[in-house]
Design a protein around this ligand. Structure first.
Ligand code: ADP
Length: 228
C-alpha cells in the first residue's frame, strides 16, 4: 500500500476577527498519497492559496492537523517546521520567483547548497534537472534572458532539486500561453512521476486538471471531489 505524504484533518482557517471574520476552511480534510497528483480547481477567492500555504507549512494551522510524510506539524516550533518544509516540500509559485542575479543552473543549485549538498553534486543534479526540462542549453542564462515558460520550468527544476516528497504548485501555468502551459504541466507531471512524489496543484485550466489522477475543489469550506 502506498504511503500518505500529505494529510489534513479537521483543518479550519479564518481571516480577521469578530464581525469581520472570514472563514475559508472549516473541518477540512484531504489526503494525497505517494505518486498521486491531485488538481485543485476553484474560483478565485475560494481559498486555494490559503490551502496550499497551509499544506506547505507557510501558514500555521489554526485548528486541526497537517501531516507531512506521516509527521504531525501543528505542534512543531517554527524552526522545526521550516526544516520539515525544506526537507520534504517543493513549492512552485505562479510567478517563477527565480533570483535574478543567478543563472538558471545556480538557481537550481541553491536549495541543494542550503540543504548541505556539496557543490559538484549540486551542480550535477541541477544540470540533470535542467536537461530533463529541455533546458540544457539555457543553464547559463539569467532569468531575464529566459521566456516565461523557460523560467517556470527552471522554477519547477528548483522545486524538485532536493527530491521533495510533496510538490505544491499554485497556478504554475497561470501566466503562460496554452502551448507553453501544456509543456510546463507535462514537465511537472513527469517530475512527480519520476520521483514518486505526491502533488497538489492549483490550476484554472480544466484541460490540464483532467490530466491529474483526481480533481478536488473547495466548497462549503471543505475540500471535496470535483468531476470535470
Ligand atoms: P484563491 O487562491 O482561491 O484566489 P485565497 O486563498 O487567496 O483564494 O483567498 C481566499 C479568501 O481569503 C479571499 O476572499 C481573500 O480575499 C481572503 N484573504 C486571503 N488572504 C487574506 C489575509 N491575509 N487577510 C484577510 N483576508 C485574506
Amino acid at each position: 500500500m502506498s504511503e500518505c505524504f500529505l494529510k489534513l484533518e479537521g483543518v479550519a482557517h479564518r481571516y480577521g476577527e469578530g464581525a469581520e471574520t472570514l472563514t475559508i476552511l472549516e473541518d477540512a480534510a484531504l489526503s494525497v498519497m505517494a505518486g498521486e497528483m491531485v488538481a485543485l480547481v476553484a474560483p478565485s477567492g475560494a481559498g486555494k492559496s490559503t490551502l496550499l500555504h497551509i499544506c506547505g507549512l507557510l501558514e500555521r494551522v489554526q485548528q486541526g492537523e497537517v501531516d507531512i510524510c506521516g509527521r504531525a506539524s501543528s505542534a512543531l516550533t517554527d524552526r522545526a517546521r521550516t526544516q520539515l518544509r525544506r526537507d520534504r516540500i517543493g513549492y512552485v509559485y505562479q510567478f517563477h520567483h527565480l533570483l535574478p542575479e543567478f543563472s538558471a543552473l545556480e538557481n537550481v543549485m541553491l536549495p541543494q547548497l542550503i540543504a548541505g549538498a556539496g557543490r559538484s553534486a549540486a551542480e550535477r543534479r541541477a544540470a540533470e534537472l535542467l536537461e530533463a526540462m529541455g533546458l540544457a542549453d539555457r543553464a547559463a542564462h539569467r532569468p531575464s534572458e529566459l521566456s516565461g515558460g523557460e523560467a517556470q520550468r527552471v522554477a519547477i527544476a528548483r522545486a524538485a532539486a532536493n527530491r521533495p516528497q510533496l510538490v505544491l504548485a499554485d497556478e504554475p501555468t497561470g501566466n503562460l500561453d496554452p502551448a507553453t502551459s501544456e509543456k510546463v504541466f507535462a514537465a511537472l507531471m513527469d517530475l512527480i512521476d519520476n520521483e514518486g512524489a505526491a502533488a497538489l496543484i492549483a490550476t484554472h485550466n480544466h484541460a490540464l486538471a483532467r490530466k491529474a489522477h483526481r480533481v478536488v475543489t473547495i466548497a462549503d469550506k471543505k475540500v471535496v471531489p470535483l468531476v470535470l
